[in-house]
Design a protein around this ligand. Structure first.
Ligand SMILES: [Zn+2]
Length: 220
């Protein structure tokens, strides 16, 4: 078995989380495992199959992210999952549709606001979120994000967090959005070091690409 490469420069990809909750507020929870990405701490991959250092090539472990927004869009549309760009670094393995990394942290978050009038969609999303977040230690079942919890997520994780004005229909994701999403992902990676050093211009460049993507998602 070949060793996974150890990346000094993070890779940035799209992924989703469900919203969890602990005594201090909302948290980001993996949609596939009972695992919380803690605020202001790099998430570290573990492996339930027994890899001593996740991820490995021949396993499914690691923190996931993809370059293709369309692969994660269905989770946002149907399950009210929180969309975001995450940096992955440390050991990073190329997976079928993206990457699996050893360490990760979100760089920007987008939380869907489910229209309360669309009862069926709302009930489906809630049922999904609750099923997935059951029995998380120290966590109560996730609710769907609302504007207040989206802002709280941003403050807790110290990253920009934006409400998605509505749950966008699949067709919207195809058009201009894919191109705008690529720009967000690329700028998230390109300006990462400068933003961390307090470079306001880098913050503004990133905010502009995010704004353009949000406008595209609204069909603007
Ligand atoms: Zn493994």
């Amino acid at each position: 078995m070949t060793e996974a490469p150890d990346l000094a420069t993070p890779i940035v990809g799209w992924r989703v989380w469900l919203m969890g909750w602990d005594e201090d507020g909302p948290t980001l929870v993996s949609p596939v495992a009972p695992f919380t990405w803690l605020p202001r701490v790099a998430a570290t991959a573990g492996c339930r199959a027994g890899c001593t250092q996740a991820p490995t090539w021949d396993c499914h472990c690691g923190l996931y992210a993809t370059a293709d927004l369309r692969l994660v869009a269905p989770m946002v549309i149907s399950a009210g999952a929180i969309l975001g760009c995450a940096a992955l670094w440390g050991r990073v393995v190329e997976a079928t549709d993206g990457w699996r990394g050893e360490r990760g942290y979100p760089l920007v978050l987008f939380a869907p606001t489910v229209d309360g009038r669309d009862r069926r969609r709302r009930d489906l999303a809630l049922a999904f979120a609750r099923t997935r977040s059951l029995r998380l230690p120290g966590s109560r079942p996730a609710d769907l994000p609302v504007a207040a919890s989206t802002a709280a997520l941003g403050r807790r994780y110290a990253v920009p967090a934006h409400p998605l004005p509505a749950v966008p229909r699949p067709a919207v994701w195809e058009s201009d959005v894919a191109r705008r999403a690529t720009e967000v992902r690329e700028e998230a990676a390109r300006g990462l070091g400068a933003r961390r050093l307090g470079d306001r211009d880098a913050d503004a460049r990133f905010a502009r690409t995010v704004g353009a993507m949000l406008a595209a998602l609204q069909g603007g």
